[in-house]
Design a protein around this ligand. Structure first.
Ligand SMILES: *C1O[C@H](CO)[C@@H](O)[C@H](O)[C@H]1NC(C)=O
Ligand SMILES: *[C@@H]1O[C@H](CO)[C@@H](O)[C@H](O)[C@H]1NC(C)=O
Ligand SMILES: *[C@@H]1O[C@H](CO)[C@@H](O)[C@H](O)[C@H]1NC(C)=O
Ligand SMILES: *[C@@H]1O[C@H](CO)[C@@H](O)[C@H](O)[C@H]1NC(C)=O
Ligand SMILES: *[C@@H]1O[C@H](CO)[C@@H](O)[C@H](O)[C@H]1NC(C)=O
Length: 476
């Protein structure tokens, strides 16, 4: 017994050691970061307002920027500071050049000069130096034909490695914060139930014209074509692998990610209907009815042992047709549709346990015109929907699997008014934004999105952190 006990202990120690050693940068050993991408234009929404109305501190917030278009206007990371939490910054970088709106093909990715890259590195490292851990999603949805940088796998992977190398080798990156930046590789999810790779007809594929059969004869760039035609049959079509040409390699990727939405069960997605019960998992794993299916989760997260982020996610409710503005029939209703989707993954304990490489979920909290309809993706704006989400989310078995922003400030940070996450028992009554739904079932109004000092009634004062270099935290 003794010997076998000792052996077991050793095995456990070895396992724990190797499990720890295998954690990717910013990967939490056990939990899923709960985060959001907000419409943070002034007057709309803010991280502070989000935390207040949801009653939980998001563990990260996403901000997008154009590179090298907006060099002089980096994303307003100070809006994370106003939350007074240690929330991670998640930046998405789109390759766009000032003044060039008709940029096509390889131009989008090959425009970067060494000076551009150096400036990008300076900015990303700067976020770390001032106290934020940073997820970087470079040039997302790179397999879509709708993006100028789309479907150029050779140029894409070349620029990806160039930027990752430049950031990792930057002398300005503090030695003890080398693992504070994680690169998130995130193609668009395999679309099942209508629509799908290679999306011929998009404005930006390297083909002329981009319709009908995409062959080497119509390819504008032979090198890119050869990389896209993974089965080497001379055609670029749904038989080709939609992901592997774009993968920069394990050593250059810290996290993998995918945008997974629910738009409807059949294209062109103009109908409000309940998602089929397998809607989420079908997209994650490429299971039928998509004939050419690649199991993204299995191939890129499990087998490569990479944590996975749901880089943008939520279900769409179609409000009206863009043409003519006719209202779309609400069908089973906005709440029923959105809830049926989040219950498939975000608030499903069995899903979260089964797909445990998913370590971060980013809510897409927007309303927007897309394709032919005006779509509302938000689940935290309308108070009825938010209350239903909180009820499902705050079940112990669900809530306990998530990681929230907290008060463990990094050196350089000054979280003097940080409040601990209020926890699952905080429900209604804690903030006015969570006003109870009237008995008539009417909306009590959207959550307040105006800026304001966020003070939760149940807030726990965590004490003042005295910091020598307090000034570093302020974005001046
Ligand atoms: C909050 O603190 C804990 C413990 O220090 C840490 O593991 C966790 O990652 C922190 N949360 C965030 C969002 O960083
Ligand atoms: C919340 O919903 C209301 C009503 O639809 C809308 O006017 C408001 O702009 C939404 N807030 C955000 C941040 O989108
Ligand atoms: C884009 O437009 C500019 C100005 O009209 C033109 O000079 C340039 O050649 C165009 N580029 C492409 C790739 O069409
Ligand atoms: C074709 O693509 C390759 C790889 O991205 C690139 O190096 C080359 O410059 C491209 N050729 C043209 C004409 O754009
Ligand atoms: C902390 O809260 C107090 C009281 O609300 C406020 O006066 C002070 O400005 C806050 N400090 C910071 C850094 O937000």
């Amino acid at each position: 017994m003794k010997a076998s006990h000792a052996a077991t202990s050793l095995a456990v120690v070895a396992l724990a050691g190797s499990a720890l050693a295998q954690l990717a940068p910013l990967e939490h050993p056990s939990g899923v970061y709960f985060g959001a991408w907000l419409d943070s234009r002034p007057g709309f929404d803010s991280p502070q307002a989000f935390n207040k109305r949801v009653g939980h501190n998001a563990a990260f917030f996403q901000l997008a920027y154009d590179f090298p278009l907006n060099f002089n206007t980096p994303p307003p990371v100070e809006i994370l500071d106003y939350t007074q939490t240690d929330a991670l910054l998640y930046v998405t970088i789109y390759p766009k050049k000032d003044g060039i709106t008709n940029m096509t093909g390889n131009q989008a990715l090959q425009q970067f000069t060494d000076a551009d890259v150096a400036e990008l590195v300076k900015q990303l490292v700067g976020f770390v130096v001032r106290g934020r851990k940073v997820f970087v999603r470079l040039f997302p949805e790179m397999n879509g034909s709708w993006n100028p940088w789309g479907q150029r796998p050779v140029a894409y992977t070349t620029q990806w490695r160039r930027i990752v190398n430049a950031v990792r080798s930057s002398p300005a990156l503090p030695a003890d914060r080398k693992d504070w930046i994680a690169f998130v590789w995130a193609p668009s999810a395999a679309v099942t139930r209508g629509g799908g790779y290679p999306f011929s007809g998009g404005d930006n594929t390297p083909f002329t014209p981009n319709t009908g059969t995409l062959t080497s004869r119509t390819a504008a760039n032979a090198t890119e074509f050869a990389a896209l035609d993974t089965n080497k049959d001379g055609n670029f079509n749904e038989q080709d692998d939609p992901y592997s040409p774009y993968y920069p390699g394990n050593e250059y990727v810290d996290w993998v990610g995918s945008s997974i939405y629910y738009y409807g069960n059949t294209w062109p997605w103009e109908k409000n209907e309940l998602p089929v019960p397998t809607s989420f998992v079908e997209q994650l794993t490429g299971t039928p009815p998509n004939a050419r299916s690649i199991n993204f989760y299995d191939v890129y997260a499990s087998r490569n042992n990479k944590p996975m982020m749901l880089v943008e996610t939520n279900a769409a409710f179609h409000e009206y047709l863009l043409q003519g503005r006719a209202a779309v029939d609400p069908g089973p209703g906005e709440l029923a549709i959105k809830q049926a989707f989040w219950k498939q993954y975000m608030t499903s304990p069995s899903f979260l346990s089964t797909y445990n490489k998913i370590k971060a979920i980013c809510l897409f909290e927007f309303q927007k015109d897309e394709e032919t309809t005006h779509r509302d993706f938000q689940i935290t704006n309308d108070s009825i929907i938010l209350a239903a989400f909180k009820k499902d989310f705050e079940v112990q078995d669900v809530y306990s699997k998530y990681i929230f922003g907290n008060c463990s400030a990094a050196a350089g940070a000054q979280l003097v008014n940080c409040t601990a996450d209020a926890g699952p028992s905080s429900q209604p009554t804690t903030t006015d934004d969570n006003a109870a739904v009237g008995s008539d079932g009417k909306k009590a109004g959207g959550g307040s999105t105006s800026a304001g000092v966020s003070t939760s009634v149940s807030a726990v004062f965590m004490g003042v952190l005295s910091v020598a270099a307090a000034g570093l935290w302020a974005w001046l």
